[in-house]
Design a protein around this ligand. Sequence first.
Ligand SMILES: [Zn+2]
Length: 286
Amino acid sequence: MSLDIARHARTDASARRLIERQCWPCGRPVCPRCAAQKVYALAEGRVRCAVCRYTFHSLSGRFAGLAGLTPRQWLRLLELFAAKETSHAMAAALSVAYNTAYKAATIVRLAILAGSFDGLAILRGRLGRELGFSGKTLRPVPADAPLADVPVFGILERGDMVFVDYLPDMTPEDMLHFNLHFSLPLSRLGAIVYSDRYQSYQTLVTCGSEVLSRRFVEVAGRIPAVEPRQEGFWAYARERLVRFHGVTARKFPLYLKELEFRHNQRGSDILPILLANLCAFVPDLN
Ligand SMILES: [Zn+2]
């Protein structure tokens, strides 16, 4: 059954009910600290745990709690996100500042990443901190600020599914080394550099490495095997990455994981999944 988010987004009360149902599927508040169900109601949707005294609301400790949007604004934003609207369009539609819409869209992307196969490993590591994520908080970093370490991803396709694996032990310098010494073909798409097949991966891909984009050598007559393909993930991702004009190194991992998600869910209604990801607890990184 499809989730009629537009209908729930019509009023504040129905949007809040939908979000509460997502967060508390048993139908009543559950303490996020001790899992107790005995609570006292306070004002404005907040409750206090009768066991540990923690005061919380439906979004406490969850991705959706990282930005100050109302439940109704979140539902509208998810619809716009699913329709691939920009943060500018979201800001205009929700009558909020651009920075608020941008932060909210970033939270949706982080929630998608957290729900992916290697999402927790990414968030727990250096890359998670580079993405502005540190446990229960989000500190957005300007999109054009350089990364301390430029990450490399391996793209693996199995049937209809794609896996975009973060490779923490691989660096752009390694890709350059394979290119110069082992003739691994590389190609460029703006600031993005991608390779021919490497071990089990169809391609290695990275974005924003200055050493790599300056120095790699075109291997005569050879291009990465993903290049001529008209179908599969790279053809899909390539077309969309070209449209994200000037994708920066810092935003690239979030875009790439978003594309992995959209590709694997193509043909399904992604709104219920986005809502579930957004209402999931932010992982405890300690
Ligand atoms: Zn409690």
